[in-house]
Design a protein around this ligand. Structure first.
Ligand code: HEC
Length: 400
């Protein structure tokens, strides 16, 4: 399969139809300025839209009964995604349906907003497999650009540190004084929530606040859906893109209490810069198809006790021992699934809730390293692993 893709790629533009079948996006080259491009810019008329499916991230069972109920029957969403680049800057536009516009108020912490994020694979010294899609992994960083629909964020110190905002209920002001206070807040407030993070595994997501990530993200609501854009340099301190830029897309639905573990997420998608040589290794990893037999894999999964720890399908009971696998086929590459079976500790999936389930840890710490509590299945023969991976690839919700 990899060989076929590589030779198709050498045909250049002619292969864009074939690539579209694998969900790859063709970034169209323009000579216009793209920094801070809006979702409504006429330049998007030049772009080519590709459908990308975003699966409910159900790896973690939340401690919030209401949120779990609201998301119990979540389906996958299709987004329309396009990219433009001008040699220096890459801009990506994502359009997705959402029947309700949920904007987070300035003072309420019990409301949830719609939002989206684009994740880029960070530059690494050694070339290796793509990072874990959730938040990177040791030695395989990701950069995340996040935007939320926010009414206004009052930031007295201007450093995007919302935690220091003053709650109007704690001002002891009334009547005209409170109205004056609100007016002052409005004049100082920002409606732009945008943040960038860099992550290299479990609990490592760190906000970039020193201005070293020159990105811009914006979102606009119209006719039952959002259009979000991110523009960022092709090369900076965090990413070093060449012909193919691996990107993952996440969207949050405020009406479903979307937050950390509750979002819709794509697998890695290849954005190929038109006119440049695609990176065959990245394209091949993203497009790799499972070689095994899914029906045999289902049997092997039962025979090897995987369901003793994991919830496998939506019909099975939730488990706190391990992440739910019910959508893992939707947002994981074949390489990642294979690695999860053969080297469980290569990536330790975040989401284990120490406080709620202290007796079912997902990892232990040995010599400062997180070691997965998952059984090491490297004893399985190659065909069995391929079969299990083929079955895991079928585990995903249908599109709404
Ligand atoms: C003893 C409990 C246990 C058993 C048995 C087990 N797992 Fe796991 N598995 C875990 C834990 C805990 C994690 C999360 C920590 C980590 O990333 O390794 C995990 C993670 C995974 C992941 C990554 C999930 C994600 O959301 O990225 C996959 C895939 C997976 N397991 C597949 C399997 C398969 C297939 C089997 C059977 C061949 C299996 N597991 C057996 C405990 C288990």
């Amino acid at each position: 399969m990899n060989k076929v893709i590589t030779s198709l790629l050498s045909l250049g533009v002619a292969c864009s139809a074939a690539l579209a079948a694998n969900g790859a996006i063709s970034a169209v080259k323009v000579s216009d300025k793209l920094d801070g491009i809006s979702a409504e810019s006429p330049l998007w008329a030049k772009a080519k839209y590709t459908t990308v499916t975003l699966y409910p991230q159900t790896a973690v069972h939340m401690n919030d009964k209401k949120a779990n109920e609201a998301n119990a029957a979540d389906k996958a969403k299709n987004a329309q995604v396009a990219a433009l680049y001008n040699g220096k800057t890459l801009a990506i536009n994502v359009k997705w349906a959402d029947g309700t516009k949920d904007v987070q108020g300035a003072y309420s912490s019990d409301t949830y907003s719609d939002g989206f994020a684009l994740q880029f694979a960070g530059a690494t010294k050694k070339s290796g497999p793509l990072p874990y899609i959730g938040m990177g992994s040791d030695g395989r960083p990701v950069v995340v650009h996040l935007q939320k629909a926010t009414a206004s964020v009052y930031e007295p110190n201007g450093n995007k540190d919302v935690s220091t905002q003053i709650n109007r209920n704690q001002t002891n002001l009334f009547g005209k004084d409170l109205a004056d206070y609100d007016a002052k807040v409005a004049s100082l407030a920002k409606t732009d929530y945008e943040r960038s993070f860099v992550g290299e595994g479990f609990r490592s997501l760190t906000e970039i606040k020193d201005g070293s990530s020159a990105s811009a993200a914006a979102m606009v609501y119209s006719s039952n859906g959002w259009s979000g854009t991110v523009s960022r340099p092709l090369k900076d301190a965090y990413v070093n893109s060449s012909g193919t830029v691996p990107v993952a897309i996440a969207v949050w639905d405020g009406s479903k209490m979307g937050r950390n573990g509750l979002k819709n997420l794509s697998s890695w998608v290849a954005v190929n810069l038109e006119g440049m040589k695609p990176d065959a290794k990245i394209v091949g990893e993203i497009a790799e198809e499972a070689k095994g037999d899914a029906a045999k894999g289902k049997e092997a999964l039962a025979a090897n006790g995987c369901a003793g720890c994991h919830q496998v399908t939506a019909a099975d009971a939730p488990s706190f021992m391990a992440p739910s696998l019910q959508n893992v086929g939707g947002y994981s590459t074949v390489a990642y699934l294979r690695e999860s079976i053969l080297k469980p500790s290569a990536v330790v999936v975040p989401g284990y809730n120490r406080n709620a389930h202290s007796n079912t840890p997902w990892y232990t710490i040995e010599k400062g390293k997180r070691v997965s509590t998952m059984t090491d299945y490297s004893f399985l023969d190659k065909n069995t692993v391929n079969d299990i991976v083929a079955y895991l690839k079928t585990l995903k919700a249908e599109v709404e």
